[in-house]
Design a protein around this ligand. Structure first.
Ligand SMILES: [Zn+2]
Length: 334
């Protein structure tokens, strides 16, 4: 079968590999769409998160954001038949086929023809966004700020807007992504390349050593750090800016992954009583809810898919996903 195999940083090759063998109770899924995740990109660039790839003889198959069609059923599996359109959880989606082991077949979530395979493949990143949004817990009338308008940040925007009337500001360096945020319902967008974020959201008041006991500026209820800190980024981290901007007793939800250490002024966290919450992946319930949000039409994921590539063009696909100005979500259509 066809597959895109990861051999090392910036080395993904299109190869012909053996089709997976099935054991009793397993299902073979023909992958119809598989998105490139931020974590796949960290692997592609720096070899991080290797354990999220499915190991094979020649390397690893990345990709865990996929949907497909049931191609084969081994033995007796209830509630599923060949040809069903499903989204599910697994590893190794950058391939023509993927084995869904017996213990995971209960998590095959069906969807009908009104939803495309490409849309359904965005269920997993939506679940990641939903987990972050649940931690942020937006209430009507609150103000939330999302920093980083990639698929996760934009998904958080979609989750907040689907479930509350909170005001949402989206911050990014890419005008293209900010235009998308506006289309998806952002109330305010800020390009942090042209505007000093802290000044814009706080006025000129800075929380500094001198005024920390008196001044606790900030009106934002919750900030989502969906940007993190890239390996080569210089300057103050988004996380440091977030703790400056958030209000007293506000929340900072950290969804991004950090490629280098950041320096944080912990006195600001202490003085303002900020809750800093790490957000990793999702619960099974959140995965199911994400699928329902897409299938019911309450969240439209079509505008987030910026590019599609066949597996043959695996390198081009990964390089495209690296272009933050250009790409939101790149999806393989094997
Ligand atoms: Zn993912």
């Amino acid at each position: 079968m066809k597959a895109a195999v990861f051999h090392g940083p910036r080395d993904v090759r299109f190869e012909d590999i053996a089709k997976p063998d099935l054991e009793d109770g397993d299902i073979l899924l023909r992958v119809k769409a598989c998105g490139i995740c931020g974590s796949d990109l960290h692997t592609y660039r720096h070899g991080m998160f290797l354990q999220l790839g499915n190991p094979i003889e020649s390397g690893r198959i990345l990709g865990h954001e996929f949907s497909g069609e049931v191609a084969e059923i081994s033995g007796d599996v209830q509630g599923i038949k060949v040809g069903d359109r499903v989204v599910t959880i697994g590893m190794g989606g950058n391939a023509e086929y993927i084995r869904i082991p017996k213990e995971m077949t209960a998590m095959l979530l069906p969807f009908d023809e009104s939803i495309s395979f490409i849309e359904a493949a965005t269920t997993e990143p939506l679940a990641t966004s939903l987990h972050g949004a649940n931690l942020g817990d937006a209430k009507d009338g609150e103000t939330h700020v999302i920093i980083g308008a990639g698929i996760i940040g934009l998904g958080i925007l979609q989750c907040i807007k689907a479930r509350s009337s909170a005001k949402v500001t989206v911050v990014d360096l890419s005008d293209k992504r900010l235009t998308k945020a506006t289309e998806l319902g952002a109330d305010v967008v800020i390009n942090a390349g042209r505007t000093n974020l802290v000044e814009e959201l706080l006025g000129t008041v800075e929380v500094s050593e001198e005024n920390i006991l008196n001044e606790v500026p900030g009106t934002v209820d919750t900030i989502y750090d969906c940007a993190g800190m890239g390996k080569n980024f210089k300057g103050p981290s988004v996380l440091q800016q977030a703790i400056q901007i958030v209000r007293e007793n506000g929340k900072v939800v950290v969804v991004a992954v950090f490629e280098q250490d950041v320096s944080i002024d912990y006195n600001v966290i202490v003085r303002k009583g900020i809750q800093v919450l790490g957000s990793w992946a999702w619960t099974m319930e959140e995965f199911v809810e994400s699928s329902q949000l897409i299938v019911s039409g309450r969240i439209d994921r079509k505008p987030l898919v910026s590019h599609t590539f066949p597996l043959e063009k695996a390198s081009d696909a990964y390089e495209t996903q690296l272009l933050a100005e250009e790409a939101i979500k790149v999806v393989f259509t094997p």
